[in-house]
Design a protein around this ligand. Structure first.
Ligand code: NAD
Length: 332
């Protein structure tokens, strides 16, 4: 099938091309983001392949539909960047990668938590400068502490299991109660109870209208003073300005984010020689107790390999009119 591929970096193109030998799709790469202004590039392509920062909104989808697109395949688990209602209205199918490697993201979230708590990022910089002082580097034992999870799906549950291994008390909140979370040693609690009890909070729910800014001035005020917050899910879950205020007055003891509300203008690009005009991200990176990574939690050999394989397979299934296994929640 002819596929217009947007936002694929060099490493991804190499993997896509190698895996595509088995499928024989005609892949055409576009360097630009997919957005209303660029959507016409996909004219004549029955399938369009996107990533998390492509703006697949109603206007873009309208242009894709008039150009003959019938399938949007996102190389991600999250699908908040796609207007599903508009896609349905235009009769365009949407597939994602339902499960690629929950370990990749959960392990990264644990890494962020350890780094934040034990200040490994600061120690790394200090020792490179010949400073072997410990002043200011004290953390706390994770053992015996309470971790709160928002979202106990595939990634949340792997994270829960790892934290149980550390000897933590694991509390979770979810719209759906998963017996596997309880089997992994977690306990469901109300959101308010989690905010009151958790020494650190990790976000693993999708970005939806309901979860947008779920972490805000009110919820930050309910949390334990000095709480550590980790977000590997989606930037829009946190009201970033509220988090900055909480960092400034010390209520938030540390923040580690792999995702950021305005990441579409920044992430996946080398801007090291540019003037960054986003004052919010600049303020965030100025805090010693904030760690920002550029949406890399998924970035393991296993995860990227599965993303590529699943995406190409879904496109082939669509072309052959086979059932689309990777559209499950999207069709609900
Ligand atoms: P999943 O669908 O298995 O789990 C999500 C869980 O969130 C589900 O149990 C769902 O019931 C729950 N949920 C939905 N709405 C909720 C709400 N209002 N309050 C509380 N819980 C709610 O998904 P997953 O594979 O565990 O992925 C979770 C998220 O991680 C994705 O949506 C995506 O945004 C993010 N993600 C990030 C990266 C990265 O590289 N940083 C990679 C993959 C996924």
């Amino acid at each position: 099938m002819r596929v217009a591929v947007f936002s694929a970096k060099k490493y991804e193109r190499e993997l896509l091309n190698a895996a595509n030998v088995a499928w024989g799709h005609a892949l055409t790469y576009f360097d630009s983001l997919l957005e209303p202004e660029t959507a016409s590039l996909a004219s004549g392509f029955p399938a369009v392949c996107v990533f998390v920062n492509d703006r697949t909104d109603a206007q873009t989808i309208g242009t894709l539909a008039s150009g003959g697109t019938r399938l949007i395949a996102t190389r991600s688990t999250g699908f908040n960047h796609i207007d599903l209602k508009a896609a349905a209205a235009y009769g365009i199918e949407v597939v994602r990668v339902v499960d690629y490697s929950s370990y990749s993201v959960a392990e990264f979230a644990v890494g962020l938590l350890l780094t934040l708590n034990r200040k490994i990022h600061r120690a790394y910089n200090r020792t490179r400068d010949g400073n072997f002082e410990l002043d200011g580097l004290m953390g706390f034992d994770l053992h015996g502490r309470c971790v709160g999870l928002l979202g106990t799906g595939k990634i949340g549950r792997v994270f829960a299991g790892i934290m149980r291994g550390f000897g933590c008390d694991v509390l979770g909140y979810d719209k759906v109660l998963h017996p596997e979370f309880v089997a992994a040693g977690g306990r469901y609690e109300s959101l308010d109870r989690i905010y009151q009890r958790a020494d650190f909070v990790s976000l693993h729910c999708p970005l939806t209208p309901e979860t947008h800014h779920i972490i805000n001035t009110r919820t930050l005020a309910l949390m334990k003073p000095g709480v550590l917050l980790v977000n590997t899910s989606r930037g829009g879950l946190i009201d970033t300005e509220a988090a900055i205020d909480a960092l400034k007055d010390g209520r938030l003891g540390g923040l580690a984010i792999d995702v950021y509300e305005q990441e579409a203008d920044l992430f996946f690009q080398d801007l090291s020689s540019e003037i960054i005009t986003d004052d919010v991200i600049q303020r965030l990176v100025s805090f010693p107790n904030v760690i920002v990574t550029g949406h890399q939690a998924f970035f393991t050999r296993e995860a990227v390999g599965t993303i590529v394989a699943t995406t190409l397979e879904s496109i082939a299934d669509f072309e052959a009119h086979r059932p689309l296994r990777n559209r499950d929640v999207l069709s609900q």
